[in-house]
Each structure stands twice: as C-alpha cells, then as structure tokens.
Design a protein around this ligand. Sequence first.
Ligand code: HEC
Ligand code: HEC
Length: 274
Amino acid sequence: MKTLLIWAGLIGLFFGLAIIAGIYGASSWMMKEKHPSQDRSFVISHDANVQEGKRLATIRGCNDCHGKRLAGGDFYGLRAPNLTIISRQYSDNDLERSIRQAIRPDGTSVYSMTSNTYQYLSDLDLSHIITYIRSLEDESKNIDYLSPSFHYRIGIILGEHKPIVDSILTHIPPKLTPRNHTEKLGKYLAYSVCAECHGVDLKGYKDFSPSLLTSLAYQGQDFEILMTEGIGLGERDLGLMSVSSKERFSLFSDEEISALYTYFQSERFVQDMQ
Ligand code: HEC
Ligand code: HEC
C-alpha cells in the first residue's frame, strides 16, 4: 500500500512537472514567432524637443508601465524594460518599429505594450518622445529583460495576451501632427491616447471601459472638467479614468481639449463609430 502511494505521488509529480514544462515551452514558442515589418527609414526630426517629449510621454502613460523614470516596470507579470538603455542601444528605426509597429529588432511581436495606440503617432510626436527618453539619466545599467511570469504565460496560451502586431494596420502614419485642423487634431488624439483603454475602435472593453460615445453626454465645461480634474457627470469618481485625467490629461493644452471636444461632437465621430 505504501509503495503504491509513493508511485502514485511520483507519477503525479511527473505529470505536474510535464505540464509546467509544457506551458513554458509552448508560450516561449508562441512568443518567438517572427513577423514582417515595414521599413519606414525613420529618423528623428530636427524639430524634436525634450520638454514637449516629456509632456507627450506623460500623456501617453509610458511611465505607467515602464516605471517613474522609465527605468523599468512590471505589467501584470511581463517586464516593461528599461527604456533609458534601450533608447540608446536601438537605432531610430528600431525604436519606430517597436513603438509604432509592435515589432522588435529580432522580428518578434510585443505582447502588452500598447503599440496599437501608438501606431497613430506622427513622426514628429514620436521624435519628441524618443528625444525625451534619450535625455534621461540612467542609474542601473540593466535592460532587465525578465522571463514572463507563469501566470502571464498561461494567459498567452489561453489567448488572453495576444501579439499586438495583430492589431496594427498597414497605414502610413502622418509626418506632422494635424495642429492646424481642430477636428483632425481631436481624432488624432482620440486614437493615439484614449484608444489605449477604450479600445482601438474606441468602442470600449467589456467589463473595463465604456465606448467613447459616452463622451457625447459631456457638454462644454463638463468635458473640460472630466479631462483636467477627472470628475465625471454627477460628481462621480471614475477610478482609473479620474487618475489618468489628473496625472496625464491635465497636461493637454486648451487647444487639444477643445479639439477632442470638437471631434466627439462632430458627425465624423458618429460615422467613425458605426
Ligand atoms: C500598458 C503598458 C505599457 C505602456 C503604456 C507602454 N509600454 Fe512600452 N512596453 C511594455 C511592455 C510590457 C514591454 C515589453 C514587450 C512586450 O510587451 O512584450 C514594452 C516594450 C517597449 C519597448 C521595447 C520593445 C523591445 O524591442 O523590446 C519600447 C521601445 C517601449 N516599450 C517604449 C514605450 C514608449 C515610448 C511608451 C509610451 C509612448 C510605452 N512604451 C508605453 C508596456 C508598456
Ligand atoms: C488608462 C486608461 C484610460 C485612458 C487612457 C482613457 N480612459 Fe476614459 N475611462 C477609463 C475607464 C476605466 C473608464 C470607466 C470608468 C468607470 O466607469 O468607473 C473610463 C470612462 C470614460 C468616460 C465615461 C465617463 C462616464 O460618465 O461614465 C469617458 C467620457 C472617457 N472615459 C473619456 C476618455 C477620453 C476622452 C480619453 C482620452 C483623452 C480617455 N477616456 C482615456 C480608462 C481610460
């Protein structure tokens, strides 16, 4: 009886280990898949500026995942690497491909990085952001790529985490931000900022965020208060949205807030949402 139990235990242990090894092997294999990318011969614009880059990176929330000084952070079990080092090691073109096309220099896709939002960034805004990142001092000399956690790997196998490259369009991003056209600027900001949490189609994520059609209810001042102070209609606290408004969207200029407002109130927006 005793030996039988020992055998049962050993067999159980063997299958347990085999399943763990299988999950590691299968998720690694999935993450190693190579994808083609476009060569856009991207080079940083001469007009790029550190201060503007800092503002744009904060609005886009790069430090929410990559840590306060962009020196590395954790996103639900996947390491968001130290950008101060990566930004110096990667060429301008490599950075463009990682950030806007979701593809690393070795051809693999990123999995949690929101490149499907950044794919809309103009060359100029991307230049500002990279110039800012390269201006940061780095205390550690580590890129700190870490193996994804076991939990994250299960998510990959279950299809909860997908290669972001699957939601990248083959469009040509604009060279300049459409600053001289209010409605176009609003659309640009909605897709390159709000899409991060409201989905690439701005229709929201089930059980997480609403469709941006909800913004139609915010008239005039209410919209400005939502963007700068994070207070919802009826004085509601909106959790992550309120925090993001206070820490990020309050850096929008008045011109940018009114551009978003103009876009959300336009017929174009209602058409885009169909
Ligand atoms: C939602 C979390 C999140 C946000 C927001 C985010 N990143 Fe990332 N980023 C990651 C993670 C996680 C990785 C590791 C790669 C992956 O996702 O598989 C990464 C990887 C990268 C890489 C390296 C890709 C490679 O080649 O390994 C660069 C460059 C980068 N991010 C830049 C940025 C910039 C610039 C911003 C802001 C405009 C930003 N990230 C915002 C999570 C994020
Ligand atoms: C970091 C994630 C995140 C980003 C980025 C984000 N939102 Fe939200 N937003 C949320 C979440 C989560 C909710 C749901 C909040 C709730 O109901 O508690 C929400 C709710 C909203 C609502 C509904 C408010 C209501 O009355 O219920 C509006 C409107 C909105 N967001 C507009 C925007 C706009 C415009 C942008 C871009 C400038 C944006 N959001 C970017 C996470 C985000």
